[in-house]
Design a protein around this ligand. Structure first.
Ligand code: PMV
Length: 346
């Protein structure tokens, strides 16, 4: 009962990790658990149009970014199709037209792989839901996250929100290395409306991809300690979230960001993704926090951009600080105000 044709559209958000996932085993199995805020404004919208083929052959698809053919993304999508075919056995029966666009500027240094792979997974899984009308929402969310993980590990944290855990942890019931899930413990309201302003320090391509970075954790001299630390930080977050402990949150989140970059600087070959402006911003955040006691902190992705994190109730003063002191360190003064979001939407 395969349909002849159809179209599904999904919008999936990006996410920002608080405890970082860095290091993995095949196929996309994280070396340690991670947790992220789901974002809201930074998102990818993807439409998948499908038409049944006369004969099954290899995967067949066209890919358009902002309406224009995007040949250089095709190998990544092809690998993704190969990985998920076992779970979506109808893929070779169709020709797909995948049309995608990001809410954030192209090559802004904001990784679109998490939001992009999540949106594509949701569209493809929606085809299966059409064939299995009794599919539960829970099954749908878990499988969407499972498929997204096979595209990009962190993408499995972009299906739901506001706080998503990914990776097995003995003290977190239901946690899995195969998909992300809602953080199951109590979370104080202050974290449910948290703000994230993304400072676009460097918009170009990164010199080292996250795929290579993950690989460099194999045989890394500090890997074992780092994976232990991530487990401990997941435990330490539990009372921080429950009590709305902003000081504890700031210490843990900044330490995680710097540890991620420390792993890059101490791998072989070593590399550094922070830029002078990244460091200037970090120092200004520290001085501002010390002078004003405003609970604002930073985190970093695998790149030079800085995510400035702060509670909603200090939004006004932090926005002024960003305009007056931090925007000058961004490429063309460019930053994006975002906040915690609730996950993907049809
Ligand atoms: O999803 P990947 O393979 O691009 O890895 C993401 C790695 C970090 O963004 C640096 C950390 C994380 O947990 O998102």
């Amino acid at each position: 009962n395969l349909p002849a044709e159809g179209k599904f559209t999904w919008k999936a958000p990006s996410n920002i990790a608080l405890v970082k996932y860095w290091g993995k085993k095949p196929v996309q199995i994280p070396a340690n658990p991670s947790i992220s805020f789901t974002l809201d404004a930074c998102a990818t919208t993807t439409s998948v149009t499908f038409e049944k083929k006369e004969m099954t052959g290899d995967f067949s698809f066209d890919l358009l970014l902002d309406g224009k053919p995007k040949e250089d993304f095709k190998p990544k999508i092809h690998t993704f199709f190969e990985r998920v075919e076992a779970y979506l056995p109808f893929l070779k029966d169709y020709h797909f037209t995948i049309e995608t666009s990001n809410s954030f500027p192209h090559s802004s240094g904001i990784a679109s792989s998490a939001s992009g792979m999540a949106a594509l997974s949701l569209c493809l899984l929606n085809m299966e839901r059409g064939m299995m009308p009794n599919m539960s929402q829970q099954y749908f969310n878990v499988k969407a996250s499972f498929l997204a993980r096979l595209g990009s590990g962190s993408a499995c944290r972009s299906i739901e929100g506001p706080l998503i855990e990914f990776g097995e942890h003995d003290h977190i019931p239901g946690s899995s290395n195969l998909y992300g899930m809602q953080y199951p413990f109590e979370v104080d309201g202050v974290f449910k409306t948290f703000q994230d302003t993304i400072l676009l320090v460097h918009k170009g391509e990164k010199q080292v991809s996250s795929t290579v970075g993950h690989q460099l954790m194999h045989g890394h001299p500090y890997a074992g300690n780092r994976f232990q630390q991530a487990l401990q930080n997941m435990d330490a977050l539990k009372p921080i979230f429950a009590n709305g402990d902003l000081d504890g949150f700031i210490k843990l989140v900044e330490s995680e960001a710097l540890t991620l970059h420390a792993m890059m600087m101490t791998s072989m070959p070593y590399f550094m993704l922070m830029k002078p402006d990244t460091l200037a911003i970090i120092h200004k955040i520290w001085s501002f926090r010390e002078a004003t006691q405003v609970p604002v902190c930073f985190t970093l992705d695998a790149g030079a951009n800085v995510h400035v994190l702060y509670p909603d109730h200090v939004k006004e003063i932090v926005h002024r600080f960003i305009d007056e002191e931090l925007a000058m360190h961004c490429e063309n003064g460019h930053y994006i105000h975002d906040q915690v979001g609730l996950g993907a939407q049809k």
